[in-house]
Design a protein around this ligand. Structure first.
Ligand code: PLP
Length: 378
């Protein structure tokens, strides 16, 4: 890795130079099965033909006309996203954290007299200052003393009773990813939704990792009893190009003019690929594929658990899956990479598998066999 790059990330020690479907190749010509997919951004796998076609088609036209000008691509994207919530209004940005920042500001704009913002223990909502205030893990936050003071974190099961008339918004992931892969209990989801409705607090679903079919529905909220007023999307929305979106129910109102904005948000390249990506999920029925492949992965991993006591628990929903282990997850992630399988950690004891829509049943068998072989050594 060149010295000039910040050492924030801790290198994986290889350069990935190309990819196709569920496979990537490094600069030495070695192929890997990819269940990492750029932190889940490559939701469609790599070099999907339709998305490449949309990208190439957009590249020769206009890239950044500017947010004040009408853009057919941006308008079509907003139109489709608007259908996710009743009378949906849409703000398009460039990343997950920006989608969350917009939701935070929107909550303050729409509920100006309320002061409390609630989120979950173990939550991950991003690393910009507003989003980081909502993120739970002290490791990411303690040294930064400029975070929002009015965010409170509770266990999901306690949240409903904490919501009161002074609560502006509740931020929640339908399934926690980074925090250790914990799908929300639907009963708890319904209680939180009911309490928000009763008290007039905005329910903000962070669907940045869970949304767009990955968990087996366009929005995972519907699988876990959440009835959100606001939804944040990013990651797979443009198949891996930078994009974020904040969608809210139109009846709630809007930002006062010019109180938020973004130079690149909704640029024609990302928006064109985003439109193609959203259409592809429907055309290929990827939500059903996610249910099938995710189910196969979890049952094969659970079968492994019988033989490998190092596995404590297998959890997940659709293509978002985690294996809790009794050894440091990062060690396993590194060994799996050596064995030809890319995945990621979700905290110190959970190995996370994020296969893309391109993953097949054969890919699942191969991944589980690489994992099983490795566990024989632990
Ligand atoms: C649930 C969730 N929210 C927010 C974010 C932040 O997204 P980004 O890294 O694009 O800012 C992530 C990223 O992993 C995420 O998983």
């Amino acid at each position: 890795m060149p010295d000039a790059l910040s050492s924030l990330y801790g290198g994986r020690g290889i350069s990935l130079v190309s990819g196709r479907g569920s496979r990537v190749t490094d600069s030495e010509g070695r192929e890997y099965l990819d269940f990492f997919n750029g932190h889940g951004a490559a939701l469609f796998g790599h070099a999907d033909e339709t998305l490449v076609g949309a990208l190439v088609g957009a590249a020769g036209k206009i890239w950044s006309p500017g947010a004040g000008f009408d853009s057919p691509a941006r308008m079509e994207l907003a139109d489709i996203l608007s259908g996710f919530l009743e009378g949906g209004r849409v703000f398009i940005s460039n990343s997950g954290a920006e989608a969350i920042e917009a939701a935070l500001k929107l909550a303050v704009a729409l509920r100006p007299k309320r002061s409390r913002i609630l989120a979950c223990r173990r939550a991950f909502h991003g690393r910009t200052c507003g989003a980081l205030s909502l993120t739970f893990n002290p490791k990411y936050k303690t040294m930064f003393k400029i975070l929002l003071p009015n965010v409170e974190h509770y266990n999901p099961g306690e949240l409903a009773e904490r919501i009161d008339d002074d609560t502006a918004a509740v931020f929640i992931e339908p399934a926690q990813g980074e925090g250790g892969v914990y799908p929300l209990d639907p009963e708890v989801g319904r209680e939180i939704s009911g309490a928000c409705e009763k008290r007039g607090a905005l329910l903000v679903a962070d669907e940045i990792q869970t949304g767009l079919g990955r968990c087996g529905a366009m929005l995972a909220s519907e699988l876990v009893g959440l009835r959100p007023d606001v939804v944040c999307l990013a990651k797979g929305l443009a198949g891996g190009l930078p994009i974020g979106a904040t969608i809210w129910k139109g009846a709630l109102g809007d930002f006062p003019s010019h109180t938020h904005g973004s130079t690149y948000g909704g640029n024609d390249i990302s928006a064109s690929v985003g439109v193609a990506a959203l259409k592809l999920i429907k055309e290929k029925n990827y939500t059903a594929h996610a249910v099938k492949i995710g189910g196969e992965l979890r049952s094969a991993l659970s079968a492994l658990k019988e033989e490998a006591p190092v596995i404590k628990e297998v959890r997940g929903i659709g293509l978002l899956n985690g294996v809790e282990v009794e050894v440091p997850s990062l060690d396993l992630v590194k060994s799996l990479q050596k064995g030809g399988l890319l995945c990621l950690a979700a905290g110190p004891r959970v190995v996370r598998f994020l296969p893309s829509f391109a993953a097949s049943s054969e890919d699942v068998s191969e991944a589980v066999s690489i994992f099983g072989n490795l566990l024989n050594f632990h």
